[in-house]
Design a protein around this ligand. Structure first.
Ligand code: GRF
Length: 218
């Protein structure tokens, strides 16, 4: 959970969709003080808008659709792992990646895979309808979570950062999703920054955030 040798941490991002979180991370990484650089973006979908976003930031992309691996998710995940390792990726970020990763993949990057989810976990985890479910349930506060991904329950990994959003009576899924997205664009770069600064310490499933080092302080 730390940068090596003072170098910027090499981050690989998995995407499937719009890519607004990828964009936020690349924007943060454009600052020379940010301790990470996005070196590779992998998508399981050819039509993911995230691919254009990556290209706009000059990041190498590769599309790895399941069909290329005879619909075998284990084979695809092995190929993704190998591609990430080839690019010397140290930290993997799932930013709107819409498939559950195999345990073998998760085990290849221990404590080094982050995921962003559009709810305050453990509420509304494990699916793709978190925003709709929050509205249907009638919660007054929604939000986003950045967590570690690890083998076991989907969306059950240790929580690193959460940001809350008030639910308005006038909200529909689109309006609430947009405000949650805005918080994700803050939470994800923040979690990456903490990881790279070696500031995350796990105590069981609880993640403690340590003090900033002298050089990190403004
Ligand atoms: C985000 O809401 C994230 O929480 C979820 O998928 C969405 C991806 O959005 N896992 P984007 O592709 O980053 O715009």
């Amino acid at each position: 959970m730390t940068a090596r040798g003072g170098q910027r941490v090499r981050v690989g991002v998995l995407v499937s969709g719009r890519g607004s979180n990828l964009d936020a991370l690349c924007r943060a990484a454009a600052s020379p003080e940010f301790p990470a650089q996005v070196v590779l973006v992998l998508s399981n979908r050819r039509d993911a808008a995230a691919l254009e976003i990556a290209a706009g930031w000059g990041v190498v992309t590769e599309v790895m659709p399941l069909g290329r691996y005879e619909n075998d998710a284990r084979a695809r995940d092995r190929a993704m792992r190998d591609r990430l390792l080839l690019s010397e990726v140290e930290l993997v970020v799932c930013a709107g990646y819409n498939r559950i990763l195999t345990d073998e993949f998760l085990g290849a990057f221990p404590d080094a895979i982050l995921n962003v989810h559009p709810s305050l976990l453990p509420a509304f985890g494990g699916g793709m309808r978190a925003v709709e479910e929050a509205l249907e349930y009638g919660v007054k506060v929604a939000g986003c979570t950045v967590q570690f991904l690890e083998p076991g329950v989907p969306d059950g990994g240790p929580i690193i950062v959460q940001r809350a959003v008030a639910v308005l009576d006038s909200d529909d899924p689109a309006s609430l999703r947009e405000r949650i997205h805005e918080q994700e664009w803050i939470a994800l770069p923040e979690a990456v920054r903490l990881w790279c600064g070696g500031r995350l310490r796990r105590e069981g499933r609880v993640v403690r955030v340590g003090e900033a080092s002298e050089e990190e302080r403004p």
